[in-house]
Ligand binder design. Sequence first.
Ligand SMILES: [Zn+2]
Length: 799
Amino acid sequence: MHCSSVKRMLAGLALFCAVGATAQQRDYPIQPVAFTAVHFTDHFWGPKVNINADVTIPYLLEMCRENGRIDNFLRAAKKLNDGKMTVYPFDDTDLFKAIEGASYSLQVKKDPALEKYLDSLIAIIGAAQEPDGYLYTFRTMNAPKPHEWIGKERWKNDPMLSHELYNAGHLFDAAVAHYQATGKTALLNIALKYADLLVATFGPGKEQEYPGHQIVETGLVKLYRVTGEKKYLDLAKFFLDVRGPNGDAYHQSNKKVVDQHVAEGHAVRAAYMYSGMADIAALTGDQRYLMAIDDIWKDVAEKKLYITGGIGATGNGEAFGGDYDLPNMSAYAETCASIANVYWNNRMFLLHGDAKYIDVLERTLYNGVLAGVSLSGNRFFYPNPLASMGQHERSAWFDCACCISSMSRFLPSVAGYVYAQDNNNLYINLFASNKATLHLSNGSVSLHQQTEYPWQGRVAVTLDTVANAGFTLRIRIPGWVKEQPVPGNLYRFAAVKEQQVPVTINGHIVAYKEEKGYAVLQHNWKNGDVITIDFPMQVQKVIARDAVKADAGRFAFQYGPVVYCLESKDNADSTVQNITVDTASAVQVQYVSNLLNGVTTLTTNGTALTHIAGSEAAVAKPVTVTAIPYYAWCNRGAADMEVWIPYRASLAVAKPLPAIASKSRVTVSLKNKRVWHALNDQYVPASSADNSGLYLHFWPAKDTTEWAQYDFDKPYTISQSKVYWYDDGPWGGCRLPASWKLYYKKDGTWVPVSNTTPYNTQKDQYNAVQFQPVTTTALRLEIQLPQNNSSGIHEWSVE
Ligand SMILES: [Zn+2]
């Protein structure tokens, strides 16, 4: 870090401390150590934080400009008058989150040009603010045809769709980050003016709306921490207390927040809310909040957590699914939800001082979060599936760009999760080479870590300067070293080994006691002391409990904190669904420096179910099976992938024999070309509603005529075709079509086939139609969608 930014940061901290000392009676018993005090020198996180700074943040700022995010503010400021607007009223948050990420990044790496550009953006944001402090471009721009989500009056539609308070929360986060990074108050003043309007507007006897998308609660707490003004803390608490009980589970407003004991509804909203509840529990000492989030945390860890740390299993409402309902191919596990899960688990740790929360945090960080961004830093996943048949690929942009801006604002702060402190206790929570200085109650400690974690288990901690000989060092022993992949019994290891974690001080093995998952080391510390920890980095095979149907008969590879997957690029026959691996098979571990920016791969012996040439019969052939870290998948183009590998042979699916349809070129009246392949991938669904495999749908189109077309590899004489319809009623938007019809190509024109059996539309089965034989090179399927719904197709075959 450069000297001038250190001074600025210290000035910011001084303000924080001076104010905090008088205003804050209570707080988290354990305090985080700011990421600005910790500098990665490692080969894992450091490069990722740099790619975020060098690629992702400039990319996001440019995409915000190209995609009208800045224009919205110019329209509100009356500097642009084109009557247009972007797609969603929460689009303001992308610019706020980009400024937040850029500000964090400035604290890690000085960049005067970037700082100047942020100043210009902040000036535009200020110009869009109304005189009383209100800042919400979609209303202020006063478009000729206002967006239908914003409602006629301020705030009234916030519990449903307007996102005014959601935008405010992200503004507050950005303002605090920018102030702490630069010492400049321009954005902070904009935020405080808006926050004061909220204080004047909401509260007992005033407006009573609850925020439709939580985050303003934690944002207000940050303003409280920076200013010491209790009114912001009170309003944060009010926004929690005003929720429920007459709302819905999607918005976590069907009960008062303190009466909620299970995780329900939209996962990002939920995890931001639980983070806000943790803040209020810490800052007010109110035990009811604590009891609620303790129960909810247990519910998630024991019933609703993917092995990747992802949460929010279903795309239906971007929500938590039922207990143990953790489908793999249709997993939603939104990137934003993984990031929110880190925020929440860190707060749970700061409240309780138990390593189990960091176990969840670490798992989420190395797997669920990291998978959200490409190694190149400019492609992004929104949902993060745990299995694929090639239909998934990271995107350059989304109309709803939340996951992209969330990633950019999160990654610069990862160093802030490495350490924590509590009076004279120094916690080491994460392992990565870094240098840090911590100010404990009895004096400061400068130290550095040296390790090749997560690929190697040896960690050396050197105490460089100790002005505090009597501090207690608490080193986290990760749950995966012991018998628990995740706290609780949702997952277990196939083989449990009693693992000792040897700890040395200056080369001498020391005995230590363990408390709440930490090795506790008390010693008369001096400059130059070296502590080593050797984590046993064996490959583990994770088994889910029986209640998780999607993982039955399967296991997942884990090495250290890293979850693995099979990807077709590394395996025989360019597929993975045909592979079986025995849970007892030996595994070789190898670091490959020129693969996927350097990863440790796992190889083992397995079998691949393969057709005997020209026959429907299949045999299991021995193959070498290679696994790569899950976070690195899909960086070599779209691919088949699975995290949960069958050990039960009946679950392996042989690559089907080529058929007319599978050899055809597909085109469909649908923009999303990636799903076209669903029609001829030869995946036979369990039912019309089965969303575990690849299918295509025409939603949101209704009542239109759509088509799909096969261009054959050569002329065939055909007389039958079968369609398996997709229908996700009663919740989804797809139903059986109103009607369908086939046309074949004759002399360049489309001619209806003369069918001899009717065009049926039955659920949960193939619908076959027979027709007079024709010799042709192409077949076209015409579909009339029903009046009030859309339709979809699992599979379409030709014989
Ligand atoms: Zn998102």
